[in-house]
Design a protein around this ligand. Structure first.
Ligand code: NAD
Length: 504
């Protein structure tokens, strides 16, 4: 069954304007030494909307050395938490003042609905505000119970220069989940956004300068994974790599970091289960399941792309999900009605289609969608639902990163948990049940870092995010996020006359 609610992209929209960006290095705008640029064609419209420098390894080294000097000699790591906090809060306010511009850039470069992009930018202002508040509350510890003649101090110190590498699906959110936590801890940063979606990361660094973040503290280099990202990972002057992206590149960077014993944080892929018990509010669950898999056209690391439903309510639940899938407006990212936008690229839309074809060939039953949409201006894919999926099928195991829901059934909580945990990933999970005891007992057995009860893709700066298993290492957000970017130094203080080892 195909979907009739496609909104064709309006390629005459006056907001389709090409913007040109420079990198931000040591507080200055810089182009690539080679003069080369990367052009971004809006995935929803097929029109050029941005260009930024194609940095070489040498260009990236300039930024690393600016961040190194800013860390070793600059004022930022030595400022009081209160001073850092004031400046960071100004960044949050500047984000609020620029929501429309930032949302438009994000919508055009990623192809996401403009209404969604606005919500995301607002959320980012809140991330910066929370991190600003916490930045002055960071503390170490003391141990007053290790003997009368001894006192222990634990100093929290910044890790140093952090290389942050981000993907294309949520450029502003993912940078806002890492930059304020790292600079809030007193680190300096070189951010390398995805080569596909660099505009808002550059704007973030520009706003940070206006807010008073000193030159060299927050640098942005643009370019391809290799050489730009690879140089960040390999350079010994970088103390830590915080990477968000595919498991393939994450494993590669983890191996590079291991060779030089560099700290590494990895936020990787997922295959989020949504467990629906028969006693769930099925209307709310259906809405959440559709949102969980179609949000950002399914190009979401915490997508709820595996529906695990108790057998007795499968048909009723799926009827509701199909009804939403038939009616959800998808298409032109700049149309205010749109709820599902474009796929990031033609190649990615083809990859999603390949998974759908593989699912059909393996015997899964396609209930709706399963086709590319549009007539050439942009790359779109229909909301797609499968049932009768087996755990060994690729559509049940792999991160498809598209609007494709794979439905499996269970008969007991034990079976639901076994299915949920039967994945190499462990990034996110949802449970839907009106029995809170059952919901909590179930979710505590699921091995995933970001979980919801009767909800999906919810987020708040206070709660940690991160992966179990192949979904990653380390935690972002909340108080925990600051620990990622902190070193802890233990100081043993001797009180009174020091003891003697060799003399009396
Ligand atoms: P990707 O791994 O292809 O690229 C991510 C970033 O890594 C980009 O900036 C890219 O230029 C860079 N990169 C590529 N090769 C590199 C190299 N050799 N050295 C250093 N950097 C390199 O991922 P993507 O396609 O941009 O994003 C999609 C993936 O990201 C999905 O797997 C998704 O699950 C994951 N993701 C995870 C989270 C999370 O929080 N866990 C959030 C968003 C996306």
């Amino acid at each position: 069954m195909t979907i009739a609610t496609f909104i064709p992209p309006n390629i005459k929209d006056p907001r389709l304007v090409g913007r040109s960006y420079d990198m931000v290095i040591n507080g200055k705008h810089e182009i690539a030494g080679s003069g080369k640029v990367i052009e971004r064609i809006a995935p929803g419209h097929g029109i050029a909307v941005g260009e930024w420098p194609d940095a070489s390894a040498d260009d990236v080294r300039l930024a690393i050395s600016a961040a190194r000097v800013a860390f070793d000699k600059g004022p930022w790591p030595r400022m009081s938490g209160a001073e850092r906090s004031r400046i960071m809060y100004r960044v949050s306010q500047l984000i609020v003042a620029n929501v429309e511009e930032l949302a438009l850039i994000e919508s055009l470069e990623v192809g996401k609905p403009i209404s969604q992009a606005r919500g995301e930018i607002d959320f980012c202002a809140d991330l910066w505000a929370y991190a600003a508040g916490q930045a002055r509350a960071l503390e170490g510890n003391s141990h007053n119970n290790i003997g009368e003649d001894r006192l222990g101090l634990v100093l929290r110190e910044p890790v140093g220069v952090v290389g942050i590498i981000t993907p294309w699906n949520f450029p502003f959110i993912i940078a806002s989940e890492r930059v304020p936590w790292s600079i809030g801890a007193g680190c300096t940063v070189v951010l390398k956004p995805s080569e596909l979606t660099s505009g808002t990361s550059i704007r973030m660094a520009e706003l940070a300068l206006v807010a008073g973040v000193p030159p060299g503290v927050f640098n942005v280099v643009t370019g391809y994974g290799d050489p730009a990202g690879q140089t960040l990972a390999e350079d010994p002057a970088v103390d830590m790599i915080a990477f968000t992206g595919s498991s393939r590149v994450g494993i590669h960077l983890g191996a590079i970091a291991a060779r030089s014993v560099k700290r590494v944080g990895l936020e990787l892929g997922g295959k989020g289960p949504q467990i629906v018990f028969a006693d769930a509010d099925l209307e709310a669950a259906a809405d959440g399941i559709a949102y969980g898999v179609y949000h950002n056209a399914g190009q979401c690391c915490i997508s709820g792309s595996r529906l695990l439903v108790e057998e007795s309510v499968r048909d009723e639940l799926l009827a509701r999900v199909l009804d939403i899938s038939r009616r959800v407006p998808f298409g032109d990212p700049l149309n205010e009605k749109t709820r599902i936008g474009a796929m990031i690229s033609k190649g990615h839309a083809e990859k999603v289609d390949g998974y759908v074809k593989a699912g059909k060939a393996a015997g899964a039953e396609l209930l709706i969608g399963g086709n590319p949409a549009g007539s050439g201006d942009g790359h779109y894919y229909e909301p797609t639902v499968f049932q009768n999926v087996r755990p060994d099928m690729s559509i049940a195991k792999d991160e498809i990163f598209g609007p494709v829901l794979s439905t499996l059934t269970f008969r007991s909580a034990d079976e639901a948990v076994a299915l949920a945990n039967g994945s190499e990933y462990g990034l996110s999970a949802s449970v839907w049940s009106t029995n809170l005891e059952n919901a909590l007992q179930t979710i505590r057995r699921v091995r995933a870092g970001r979980c919801w009860v009767n909800s999906v893709i919810d987020g708040t700066p206070e709660l940690p995010i991160g992966g179990y298993k192949k979904s990653g290492l380390g935690r972002e957000l909340g108080r925990y996020g600051f620990d990622e970017y902190s070193q802890f130094k233990g100081i043993h203080v001797t009180l009174g006359r020091p003891g003697r080892w060799f003399t009396s």
